[in-house]
Write a protein of this length. Sequence first.
Length: 326
Amino acid sequence: MLADIVFPECFKMADLGCSSGPNCLFLMSLIIHKIQELSGHNNNYRSHSPEFEVFLNDLHGNDFNNLFKMLPAFHQKLNPTAQCFVSGLPGSFYCRLFPSKSLHLFILPTVCIGSPRMAIHIQVPEGVESNRNNIHMGTASPPAVFEAYLRQFQRDFSTFLSSRGEEMVPGGRMVLTFIGRSVADPYTKDDCIHIKILGDTLLDMIVEGAIKEADLHSFNMPFYTPSKQEVEAIIRSEGSFNLERLDHFLLPWNSHDVEHSNSDNHRPHKYKVVEMVTNSVRAYSEPLLSIHFGSFIMDGLFTRFGKKLAEHLSMEEPRSSISSFR
């Protein structure tokens, strides 16, 4: 992807939706190393090596201070020839973030199942009042709900592409990796099974009297899981970018671990996956859920969620559909 670029004196790149964990800095270090390798200056001639300016972008509520605390270790691990300057940039990527023609590379990577970077965020669309007993579009949702989510995604993603197109230098690159749908027809499969389980958990809490039914009916998650056909169509129609490559693959939820072939290890491994997914889903969804339902139910909600998730994992090994565009 970068092999044909004539690298400038200062290579500027941005991680969009960086969150506050170490993964984004690790990814940036890999990119810097690769650029130095491709530029032919991955050696001791610092004066000839490109300098790097890295922008870490996320919403204003992100814990940028946690990222900044990791910077000394990040710089220490870089090649000594790498001059790298890192800045935090709060703001929504659905508007302009940078001056015109100023960035060489944008990345929007998926980190883990349930994380804030798991899907393309959108506004909650209008016209989803009929999505009763669901908190997101699913196989049981009415057609109008799917149509409303798709329209909102088309608007928001087009705005995203237009903004990045103005900010990118000629010949720049963008890599988008996010969870989508594995099938074109959303009625055939629930790809975001963890969100369905979360919705089912809220339904159980209605029966128990822990939350009000009306509160559930007025809540919908603000993200969209597009098919690769939908994303490709928007990229081509919006016109700011040429689609160079599209990859699609299924990612097991336990892909962060070494697979256990020993059956004795199978049980504790399942518990580890349950804990990982529960913590990730909670980190992403709790700010939304606590505002709508109240913070006092969060501990009970995610305890129940973990139990339901464990039941599901005993019957099926889930995989998430990942799409990568560049």
